[in-house]
Ligand binder design. Structure first.
Ligand code: MD3
Ligand code: FE
Length: 218
């Protein structure tokens, strides 16, 4: 371990790096030092672009509430999934990416070996008990060589991490408040999802889980 890691671990003993597979690593507690600023920035974004339940191309209402920050936002409707610079609910650009979002995503990616990550899209997912995200691949982005950084806040969730085929076996990864996961390289197109959340309480976020997903979409 190098000197920087020694000091970081002395200051934040809850910090640990856990490789999941080739290309994916869990950075336990990585977001904790920025918790207050992150929660304030989320409030700023969702005041301008409130959480909404998008409709899938198949006509189902997603149980996850969604918003976006950045020059591109992920949206779904009967026409399909896509990235759009405009929030369809307001007709305005999505709120700009808060600086703390950019810095956290960049430093997490660098820690995982992806230097120079500059996301242009942050999808903000809000889960309540019972909310789930069914197994899918993230393939609406232009360049699959760019990693994805996800930040978990609030009540815990169990993340399902599968293989390159929908039917491949999955591992279950518990994710809690402050955990950051970086997915890149050979892990980038793996199937993944989130099991229905169990009722729980978090002091800062009540009965919710919020996940920030940072992508270079355009
Ligand atoms: C693994 N969100 O919005 S991001 C999503 O907890 C999404 O809200 C999850 O999956 C959530 O699309 C977690 C985790 C994630 C994102 C992209 C991946 C995992 C990934 C790409 C490849 C493999
Ligand atoms: Fe996904």
């Amino acid at each position: 371990m190098n000197t920087a890691d020694l000091f970081r671990n002395a200051i934040h003993p809850e910090r640990r790096d856990e490789p999941l597979c080739d290309g994916a690593v869990v950075l336990r507690g990585f977001a904790l030092p920025n918790e207050t600023m992150l929660l304030q920035a989320i409030d700023m974004v969702v005041a301008q672009a409130p959480f909404r339940h998008l409709i899938t191309p198949g006509g189902f209402r997603m149980s996850v509430g969604m918003s976006n920050a950045g020059t591109l936002g992920w949206v779904s409707d009967r026409r399909g999934y896509r990235y759009d610079p405009i929030d369809p609910d307001s007709g305005k650009y999505w709120p700009s990416m808060p600086d703390i979002f950019l810095r956290l995503a960049g430093s997490a990616a660098a820690q995982a070996g992806y230097a120079g990550f500059v996301p242009d899209a942050c999808l903000i997912n809000r889960y309540e008990p019972g909310t789930r995200l069914s197994l899918h691949q993230d393939r609406n982005e232009r360049d699959f060589d760019q990693p994805i950084v996800s930040v978990s806040l609030g009540i815990p969730a169990v993340f399902l991490f599968g293989g390159m085929q929908r039917a491949d076996p999955q591992i279950r990864v518990p994710l809690g408040h402050g955990d950051v996961v970086v997915w890149g390289g050979p892990a980038r197109l793996r199937y993944h999802g989130v099991l229905p959340l169990k009722p729980n309480h978090h002091d800062a976020l009540g009965s919710s889980r919020i996940n920030l997903t940072f992508r270079r979409a355009g």
